[in-house]
Design a protein around this ligand. Structure first.
Ligand code: IMP
Length: 177
């Protein structure tokens, strides 16, 4: 039987400190006007919830959900919009809010799609990125932490839908027992 153990990689305090900094950076870069924070479900929800309270001024929140086809996801895979945003983003300052950029495939497709909807600006905030795993070059304007190419959970990230609620980021290790 396999036992799983969690090894803390980024503490709750570190996460919260960085989210506050990102919130301030975003408002500094877009000093006036409404900012649309567009969370990518499901994993972005804790980051989005914390971030939206750290960006001052006029902020609105919306979500998209992407579905990827099976194992192909990390190579040539196909991604599809499962839930589209409700807010009209034309002429708006939009920040895509992601939990993690792994290969970059999801983000690449999302950027391509949203660009066709003519936002005033389109930027990306991701709490985590695995630079060693990135196959598709995508810009990350606001990055929380670069992490090694390991499987992580917590702060929105799951393993079979578990661990999303953890306030910190941990490496999930499977051990034979
Ligand atoms: P990408 O399209 O390869 O960049 O994959 C992004 C998505 O894969 C993320 O939004 C996560 O849902 C999932 N993912 C990638 N790495 C991890 C991980 O280490 N733990 C949990 N989910 C992950």
């Amino acid at each position: 039987m396999n036992n799983t153990t969690l090894e803390t990689l980024i503490s709750e305090a570190e996460v919260q400190r960085r989210v506050s900094e990102i919130g301030e950076e975003i408002r500094k870069d877009i000093p006036e006007g409404q900012i649309v924070l567009l969370g990518v479900l499901k994993g972005s929800f804790p980051f989005l919830a914390d971030l939206c309270r750290k960006v001052s001024g006029d902020v609105v929140v919306d979500f998209v959900q992407i579905s990827s086809y099976g194992e192909e996801k990390s190579s040539s895979g196909v991604v599809q919009i499962k839930k589209d945003h409700d807010i009209n983003i034309e002429g708006k300052h939009v920040i895509i809010v992601e939990d993690i950029v792994d290969t970059g495939l999801t983000l690449k497709h999302l950027i391509q799609l949203l660009t066709t909807r003519h936002p005033a600006s389109l930027k990306v905030a991701s709490i985590l990125a695995k630079p060693e795993a990135m196959k598709h070059k995508v810009p990350i304007d606001y990055l929380g932490f670069e992490i090694p190419n390991a499987f992580v959970v917590g702060y929105g990230l799951d393993y079979a839908e578990r661990y999303r609620q953890l306030p910190y980021v941990a490496i999930l290790k499977e051990e034979d027992s």
